[in-house]
Unconditional design. Structure first.
Length: 295
């Protein structure tokens, strides 16, 4: 289990590093960084799947598409949803919107709990109800202050649950589905790289990009592989608990990049952080129950 915990924490740290890393890639914009990340990560993911013997999943999925061509529409949908999230993750630090995206990642576990209730009819535990109530206070304050949430926050909070539900409906919620999602993003990635602002003169002015761009691919691939390994080595509940490490680190990166939490924002953040803490407590209680049963 220690290897799984280490892999999960390493994945969160690498995602946070990548969040900060985009600020070093001047003059690349968010679209071009997204393009390079996709182009450099896909070969590494392919190699990992060949080594881990997950490549057969791709063949099985392609056979399903051949039998049911309509499945391709669903895969185009999941690919587009994932691409938007990958782009936003790289775009936000360049435009001073890191805190808004971080807030989305804090709200995401709660959005997933509500999705389970509304879409799959799952019952909410007592602590989950408390967490939802705490989050509702934060959401209510934000709506009272500004009339709405930032679009970046909403995109993460709403977009990911739709993505996961669609993948589950299409039965592509495995590494083969992830590989196909990224593969379908290749035309966009190539377009952004070719049409991007990076010119030969920029490379001469910023020679460090020759090393920084490949390192971006290495960070992205390492984070993805560590995340996949953690999901396989850890019990689901502990894996879910450790996923809260990432938004905490993202907030740290946002503050490091010069963003600040205004006095009028604390009544939004604190109840939502309290909701996350309640979910963490519930997760630990679930782990303790599992250990007692196993003993």
């Amino acid at each position: 289990m220690s290897k799984g915990i280490l892999s999960s924490v390493m994945a969160s740290c690498l995602f946070a590093v990548m969040y900060f890393y985009t600020s070093l890639l001047t003059p690349l914009d968010g679209e071009e960084i997204f393009g390079w990340r996709t182009l450099l990560t896909l070969p590494c993911l392919t190699l990992f799947m060949l080594v881990s013997k997950d490549w057969k999943r791709v063949g099985e999925l392609l056979a399903r598409v051949k039998r049911t061509p309509l499945l391709l529409l669903g895969m185009l949908g999941t690919s587009w949803l994932m691409g938007v999230q990958l782009w936003l993750f790289l775009w936000a630090p360049l435009h001073g919107r890191s805190l808004e995206v971080s807030m989305g990642y804090f709200l995401l576990p709660l959005a997933m709990v509500l999705t389970g209730r509304l879409v799959y009819g799952e019952r909410l535990s007592r602590l989950q109800k408390v967490a939802v109530a705490c989050a509702a206070l934060g959401v209510g304050h934000e709506l009272y202050q500004n009339g709405s949430f930032a679009w970046e926050t909403l995109l993460v909070t709403i977009g990911y649950p739709i993505y996961f539900v669609l993948r589950k409906r299409c039965r592509t919620d495995h590494l083969g589905g992830l590989w196909c999602d990224m593969c379908l993003l290749l035309p966009w990635a190539l377009y952004f790289v070719i049409q991007g602002p990076l010119a030969p003169a920029d490379l001469q002015a910023h020679p460090g990009l020759y090393a920084l761009i490949p390192i971006l691919g290495a960070i992205s691939a390492s984070a993805l592989i560590a995340y996949v390994l953690a999901s396989r080595l850890l019990p689901f509940s502990l894996f879910g608990l450790l996923s809260y490490v990432e938004p905490v680190l993202l907030v740290g990166v946002a503050l490091l990049l010069g963003e600040t939490i205004g006095p009028d924002q604390w009544l939004t953040y604190l109840p939502i952080w309290a909701a996350v803490l309640v979910l963490v407590i519930e997760g630990f209680k679930h782990l303790l129950r599992q250990r007692r049963r196993s003993v």
